[in-house]
Design a protein around this ligand. Structure first.
Ligand code: ATP
Length: 975
């Protein structure tokens, strides 16, 4: 007889319907005196016998020691049950509700819910539990009394090897279940469940285990697993018939990951994907690291070569696989001596150097935060030992000293070698940074090891980024994720902005705590940064603490600035030398120093006193030793207090900000898990670096634009292998765009500027907000209206009509050996044009001058210095200006050569960033005959001709009277 049929029979019998007779071989020995005979037990079962084939399982029936035997109120229960059955018959109560009827108990295993918690509901499960608890107690107490061996006591004997044994088990459970009142309204479901052998067995096994363990704890039995009852039960569970019954009625249980509700088989697949990813990325990181080291070494060698004048420098572009413009000029200071060393905040090892003979430092372009190589040198300044990496901490105000934070410590042989020697410091590219490499690798390791662990707070983020679309559905079905928007009525009530519809949608998706990943993709000027600031404020308001990161210090500082006025408690963590002075007050170091001020003063006073005492008692060894101990103790106190204060500041913070790799700072790690991690400029970060912050939060938001600057990768192999593909780009292509939210209205640029980017980079989808689409420099009441200030796009062409090029406007390779280019004539034209703009009333701080070449940027800075009126004009490389904006942008393209080589300028993403920084005006200064060789740039020039103005210029031709002047000129076309 199948168990389904049995279920029906029980259901019928419970409803008072006579069941068909059965031919059973299972023996159901009479229960103990107070154990109620089940109304549904067929007589034939009771009388059947074939004992030699039967195994006795457990005694049945109440015993004196039983905690609370079910049968105590057996007759009452029987009466109550009968009464209820009659009543149900009258009321039609035994007819299951639609909901109850739709539940198939047999699917509990399929659904990974053998105890029926989800399907049957709490009340029915509680009912089953109580019944089985009482049965288990009875069995266990019989074991205690030693009744197991007594055939005349209440014992159930079952034929383990047959289906009858299971039927007998079900039958035997009935009196115990019927002794417990069924939950009202759920009777039909109870009847279904009480005849389902696997469910009953699971409950019984669980309860029996608990009772036996409690006996063991009370010292009534020695080892619960070795009890006769338990062994028999296990024997039963292991029998082929038991397994077959479970299989037949319920397809094999799907084990499910308890945190994400996905079957273990699929979780294993996810883990495999993670492992493949980690292996692949680690290999690429290693390749990239090797090339970086090579590159760094080449740079250091180039510095020496330059001094020897033995070989001309190579253009940096040949080493760089695509437009990354972090070309820092090497600079060197020789003949330095170590003066002292100390430990700074966060354990930084600070070493102070001075020029030999107490001279002033030579003019230098080194500045705080620069990565440097420190090594000993010979009398000619040539490097004599291997390089120690560090970064410049500060240049002394006295003009004679320089402080470097070194990675090496006291005790390192390399460090000791610096003392008493002549030392040289070279600036090196900030590329071969060992710490960054290690932190990226460590994040990958953590992802592999803990990513799918229950204890990992970011498990749903990991599952989202490595699962498939079905997994996403499963997670949503299990109510673990929710991809929808939050309906927040007050979203429009921002203090500063009237957000557009796509921005509001992004904010509301971002505030949904059940959404593991959100990618906010937006072209330039679509308000990603302001939107993130708003999101952070609101996330804090809804009780979340937030970790905000970005790939560069500049982007992090930009966000700190935006958040400074919100009144939130924010802390910027990072190398103090690399934090912009404008946000230094929010840095961890400053806050901690501020809080420790009084303590440090007091500590310093004690130290001074102790040192004086030490001097006085230098003769007395034991006293001196005691004072030295006290001094050491003071040092330890200071360290302890500093650590405590750091943790206090970080745990009080509502928002912590750092670079992606900076998020691996042990202090941030110790501060605990964040509710939300936000990565700004995520399109510019390699994926391993994003895992550093993400693994520290419950959910994450990635914001950026993969049409702006890409991660900087030196190795072509690593780039082709996929290291250059950002996590944002990968995530946005997952699950049919489920993770994405797109912003498509820009609020920054005049439409003539934006329409170029829209056409060229965004398939024409980028639209301009009405409030900015026609704004011009001349709209400002303080700006004089001239043809320049009324023009959104201007091309200053250094190539004259008929192809003549002014000799001053030719490109040159930087003699400093950086591989960078400069163009003197263009620098003059830019300077003159900027002077014109300022003359028209445009504020110097509203003008940004950009070039992809650092040599040109430096030349421009020097030229601007000659004019006091230009002191507020910022000249920078394009990549360092990403994320920012200015009313007027002037771009110096530099390249002018007969070969038509355009170098970095041909990188569409770099040009996209350069042009879209402008709000009201863009001027491009270039040699069109060179630039035209790139079809991409040729289209830009055509766009300017169509939507802006063109002027052929030469240095010196731009003054107000003879050159561009302030009057409308004729508009020559590009040759
Ligand atoms: N809803 C809005 N209403 C008015 N101005 C807005 C709105 N959203 C953004 N802005 C303005 O648009 C400009 C660009 O915003 P933001 O810098 O946040 O854009 P972004 O997407 O981060 O740009 P990028 O990618 O270039 O860094 C800012 O001046 C900002 O004040």
């Amino acid at each position: 007889m199948s168990l389904d049929l049995l279920s029906c029979r029980f259901l019928f019998s419970s409803c008072g319907v006579r069941q068909p007779p059965s031919r059973r071989r299972v023996v159901f020995l009479a229960a103990g005196p107070s154990s109620p005979p089940t109304p549904s037990t067929p007589r034939s079962l009771e009388s059947s016998s074939s004992r030699e084939r039967l195994v006795r399982a457990a005694p049945l029936g109440p015993s004196k020691q039983a905690p609370r035997p079910v049968g105590n109120n057996g007759s009452r229960t029987k009466r109550r049950r009968r009464r209820r059955t009659v009543q149900e018959e009258q009321e039609g109560g035994c007819v299951p509700s639609v909901e109850e009827a739709s539940i198939r108990v047999a699917t509990l295993y399929e659904n990974g819910d053998p105890l029926g918690r989800k399907e049957l509901g709490r009340c029915v499960v509680e009912w089953l539990k109580q019944g089985m608890q009482s049965m288990a107690s009875k069995f266990a107490s019989a074991e205690l009394q030693g009744d197991m061996a007594e055939p005349n006591t209440a014992a159930l004997t079952l034929d383990w090897g047959s289906a009858e044994g299971q039927l007998g088990f079900v039958i035997q459970a009935q009196p115990y279940l019927s002794a417990i009142p069924m939950p009202k309204g759920l009777e039909a479901l109870c009847f279904k469940a009480c005849t389902h052998y696997p469910t009953l067995f699971d409950h019984f096994q669980r309860e029996l285990r608990d009772v036996l363990i409690s006996y063991q704890n009370q010292g009534l039995i020695s080892e619960w697993r070795s009890t006769h009852t338990w062994k028999l039960l296990k024997e039963m569970a292991n029998s082929t018939h038991h397994r077959a019954a479970v299989r037949r009625t319920t397809p094999r249980t799907k084990a499910v990951h308890s945190s994400i509700g996905i079957s273990l088989k699929k979780v294993r697949l996810m883990q495999d994907r993670i492992e493949d990813f980690v292996r692949h990325m680690s290999d690429l990181l290693r390749i990239e690291r090797d090339v970086e080291l090579e590159f760094t070494q080449e740079e250091l060698n180039a510095t020496t070569m330059l001094e020897n004048n033995s070989e001309p420098p190579k253009p940096v572009e040949y080493l760089v696989s695509h437009g990354q413009a972090q070309q820092e000029q090497c600079d060197t200071i020789c003949n330095l001596n170590v003066i002292s060393s100390s430990t700074g905040l966060g354990g930084l090892h600070l070493v102070i150097f001075r020029i030999e003979g107490g001279h002033k430092l030579p003019p230098t372009t080194l500045s705080p935060g620069d990565m440097v190589c420190v090594r000993t040198c010979n009398s000619r300044g040539e490097g004599a030992t291997s390089c120690m990496q560090g970064f410049l901490y500060n240049l002394g105000e006295d003009g004679c000293s320089i402080t470097v934070a070194l990675e090496s410590r006291h005790g390192d042989p390399t460090f000791s070698r610096l003392f008493g020697k002549s030392v040289r410091i070279d600036r090196i590219q900030g590329l071969a940074d060992a710490l960054t490499y290690e932190r990226n690798l460590e994040a990958l390791m953590l992802l592999q090891r803990n990513g799918l662990q229950k204890s990992n707070a970011s498990i749903s983020v990991v599952a989202t980024l490595f699962g498939d679309s079905k997994d996403m559905m499963k997670m949503e079905q299990n109510c673990l994720t929710d991809w929808g928007e939050l309906s927040l009525p007050d979203l429009r009530l921002s203090e500063r902005y009237a957000f557009d519809a796509s921005q509001l949608r992004a904010i509301s998706l971002g505030l949904n705590k059940k959404r593991p990943v959100l990618v906010i993709q937006g072209p330039p000027g679509t308000g990603k940064t302001v939107l993130l600031a708003e999101l952070i404020v609101r996330a804090v308001r809804q009780g979340e603490n937030v970790l905000v990161t970005a790939p560069s210090n500049a982007a992090v500082d930009n966000m700190v600035e935006r958040l400074s006025s919100t009144g939130l408690n924010i802390v910027r963590v990072g190398n103090p030398a690399r934090i912009s002075p404008s946000v230094a007050s929010k840095s961890l170091a400053e806050i901690v120093n501020g809080r420790l001020g009084q303590f440090m003063k007091e500590l310093e006073r004690k130290r001074t006193n102790l040192r004086e005492d030490l001097r006085d008692c230098i003769e007395d060894d034991s006293l001196a030793a005691g004072i030295r101990q006290l001094l050491k103790q003071l040092g330890r106190d200071m360290e302890k207090k500093e650590k405590e204060t750091i943790m206090e500041v970080l745990s009080d913070a509502q928002v912590v900000l750092s670079t992606n790799t900076g998020a691996a700072d042990p202090h941030i790690r110790k501060a605990g898990c964040f509710d939300l991690v936000i990565i700004d400029e995520a399109g510019q970060a390699i994926e391993p670096s994003c895992w550093i912050p993400i693994l520290q939060g419950k959910r994450c938001i990635l914001a950026g634009d993969h049409c702006q600057l890409a991660p900087a990768i030196l190795s072509r192999k690593a780039l082709e292998g996929g290291l250059g593909k950002s996590m944002m780009e990968r995530a946005s292509s997952l699950h049919d765009g489920l993770l994405n939210s797109r912003l498509m209205v820009q609020h920054r640029m005049h439409d003539s500027i934006a329409s170029w980017a829209s056409k060229e980079m965004y398939h024409g989808l980028l639209k301009s907000s009405h409030s900015v689409s026609s704004h011009l420099l001349a709209d400002s009441p303080v700006v004089k209206a001239t043809w320049i200030t009324r023009c959104p796009l201007l091309l200053l062409d250094t190539r004259m009509p008929y192809g003549i090029l002014n000799i001053d406007c030719v490109e040159h390779l930087d003699p400093a050996g950086t591989g960078s280019f400069y163009n003197d004539g263009e620098a003059d034209i830019v300077t003159q044009h900027v002077l014109n703009l300022v003359h028209c009333g445009v504020s110097p701080s509203a003008i940004a001058v950009q070039s992809p070449y650092i040599a040109q940027v430096q030349l421009l800075r020097e030229k601007f210095e000659e004019y006091p009126g230009l002191s507020g004009v910022e000249a920078s490389t394009i990549d360092s200006f990403q994320g920012r904006e200015a009313d007027a942008v002037v771009i110096s393209m530099v390249r002018s050569n007969p070969l038509g080589a355009v170098g970095f300028m041909g990188d569409s993403r770099l040009m996209n960033v350069a042009i879209t920084r402008a709000r009201r005006h863009v001027t491009v200064v270039c040699d069109t005959s060179t630039i035209c060789h790139s079809t991409f740039l040729a289209r830009l020039l055509r766009h300017i001709r169509r939507h802006g103005q063109v002027k052929h210029v030469a240095p010196g031709s731009l003054d107000g009277v003879s050159g561009l002047g302030f009057n409308q000129t004729s508009l020559p076309s590009i040759g």
